[in-house]
Each structure stands twice: as C-alpha cells, then as structure tokens.
Design a protein around this ligand. Structure first.
Ligand code: COA
Ligand code: MG
Length: 290
C-alpha cells in the first residue's frame, strides 16, 4: 500500500498580523495552520506580519499541527523578503500564491536552496494559467520540495469573472482535474475556502462536495469551520464498517485467491480491498495524530 500522508483534513488560515488569532490557533483542533502574509494582510502591515509569523514559529507551541507561512507572490515587492524569512525559519512549509506553471516551481526551488531540507513547498492553484498546467506543475513534485496544493477559488473567480455560488458550478472541471493531476504525482490536494463562516450548513455541504471530488481536506478561514471539516474528512463509522466487512470477506478461506467476490450484495474486487485497507490506515493515522 502507498504510504498514508499525515492528516491534512483542516488547514486554517489566519492573518499573521492578528496576534489574537495567532495565540488562538495553538489551541484549535486543526491539522494545519497557515500564517498568511498575502491576501489577509494590508500593504501597510506586510513587514510587521512577516516578523510576527517568523517569531510565532520560533516561539512554537503549535503541537501536532503543521505550520505553513503563505508568502506574497515572487513578483510583488514583498515576495523575495518573505521567502528569505521563511527559508530561515522552522516552518514546515512555505505556501506560494499564484503559481502559473512548472517554471515557477523551478524558480521557487532555487530560491529555497538554503532552507532546511525538511521544509516543503506548497502551491496555490488559483490562476487561469495554472489550470492549463496542472499536470506539469504536479510532476515537479518528483524532483523538488513541492508536496501539496491548495485551491484558491476566490482568486480564480476574480480572474475568470465567474460568480461564486454554493454549487461552485464554474469551477467543477478544475476541481476534478486538479485532484487527478495531484494524484498522478502523489501531491496532497486541499479544497478552497468557504467564505460563508456563519452558516455551517452551507460550509458542510461544500466540504462534502470536496470529499466527493477526492480532496484530502479543506482550507478554512474561521475556527467554527474546523470541527465540521474534520468530521467530513475523517472516515465515518459507515466507511469503517464497510472496510471491516470487505477485509473480513477476503480473509475467508473460500475467497482465497479470488479477485472478485460478493460483499453485502455488491461486486467487490481486490481494488476495493485496497481502498478498505487505506480507510483503516487513514483512521489509524488520525487517531495517532492528536
Ligand atoms: N484563526 C484563529 N482565530 C480566529 C480566526 C482564524 N482564522 N478567525 C477568528 N478567530 C478568533 C477571533 O480572534 C475570536 O477570538 P476570541 O474568541 O478569543 O475573541 C474568535 O475566533 C471569534 O471570531 P469572530 O468574531 O467570529 O470572527 P471575526 O469577525 O473576528 O473575524 C474574519 C472574521 C473572517 C475576519 C476572520 O475569521 C479571519 O481573519 N479569517 C481568516 C482570513 C484569512 O486568513 N484569509 C486569507 C485566506 S482566504
Ligand atoms: Mg488569494
């Protein structure tokens, strides 16, 4: 079985300039914390936010949570200094916005040459150019620090001049293509944010849609979204019940050596056995991660 990545069900953004949110993030049940220097931070506060993000990581206290810093784009006046500051920190990852193609990953890889070996490169998929280069971008994961993508549907909507509706109709082709490209090269892939943070019903429906498409988790903007997100992206009791039946059925002496059997009235193949084992392994990883 392919090794299971650590859980990345819930990735909470917060403006690195918001000291209260920084303190609170250390207590929240999210798998990933993203200290934002980009869209959530006003131009006047960029330098202060950069210093606060680096200081927060040096101070620690994030426990089992992975911590990433989202830098400003390399073509902005802050990008190079942001990247240098993250490279000199103990962040688990640097998240880079507005990646357009594989050449950007090469540039970032070079810019991170002095960063700790374990530091990962994460990329936002949020430009019109990037959706036509999904596979070549993902392929860079084989030779660079690239390991994870996050969909940025607010920026994609802006560039496309598309409207944001709960069904997310304008973006559905990109969501499936992004998941397929990511899977082709072993990249973890997280869904975009739901701006509606007061109505958790709307949030949960969108999270379930992301699960349906195959995402590993979802990016979040508010603490209230964490628990429902973790629930959606954890194997359910029903999933684990199914997995146990499939594993038990294939273990029966009469099914030894068979490729396709009947479980609960349904055709079940060895590929389902692999899926069942994966679900169990994911549940074990989640249990071990808290
Ligand atoms: N991370 C950590 N803590 C957060 C948080 C976040 N993303 N969003 C809110 N909180 C905290 C608040 O500080 C407040 O803490 P308190 O209970 O100790 O006072 C509590 O959660 C409740 O916040 P609430 O009043 O409901 O929200 P708000 O009106 O203060 O903020 C937003 C709303 C949208 C401005 C805020 O959630 C936010 O900044 N989200 C992230 C935005 C972002 O990073 N965007 C970039 C990526 S799309
Ligand atoms: Mg953005």
């Amino acid at each position: 079985m392919t090794p299971i990545d650590r859980p990345r069900r819930s990735a909470l953004y917060l403006p690195a300039s918001n000291a209260k949110a920084l303190a609170k993030a250390r207590t929240l049940p999210c798998d990933v914390v993203i200290l934002d220097l980009e869209d959530a931070v006003a131009p006047e506060a960029k330098e202060e936010a950069r210093a606060a993000a680096v200081a927060a990581i040096a101070q620690g206290g994030f426990g089992h949570r992975e911590v990433a810093i989202r830098v400003n784009g390399l073509d902005t006046e802050w990008g190079a200094a942001d990247l240098a500051a993250v490279a000199g920190s103990k962040a688990d990852a640097v998240l880079v916005p507005k990646v357009n193609g594989p050449q950007d990953i090469d540039r970032l890889q070079d810019a991170l040459s002095g960063a700790p070996e374990a530091m990962q490169l994460w990329a936002m998929i949020e430009t019109c150019a990037s959706v036509f280069a999904l596979e070549p971008i993902a392929a860079k994961a084989r030779s660079t620090r690239l390991s994870l993508w996050i969909m940025g549907l607010n920026d994609l909507a802006k560039e496309m001049r598309a409207q944001s509706v709960p069904e997310r109709t304008p973006f559905l082709p990109f969501l499936s293509m992004a998941v397929a490209a990511a899977r082709a090269h072993g990249v973890t892939v997280l869904d975009g944010v739901c701006n509606e943070f007061r109505d958790l019903g709307v949030f949960e429906a969108e999270a379930r849609q992301g699960l349906l498409f195959g995402f590993d988790g979802k990016s979040l903007i508010h603490p209230a979204q964490i628990e429902p997100c973790n629930t959606v992206f954890s194997p359910s009791e029903a999933d684990l019940g199914w997995a146990a039946s499939v594993i038990a059925a294939f273990a029966l002496p009469e099914n030894k050596g068979k490729g396709a059997i009947k479980v609960d009235g349904k055709m079940t193949e060895l590929l389902h056995l692999e899926q069942a084992r994966r679900l169990v392994a994911v549940a074990e990883q989640i249990a071990a991660s808290v």
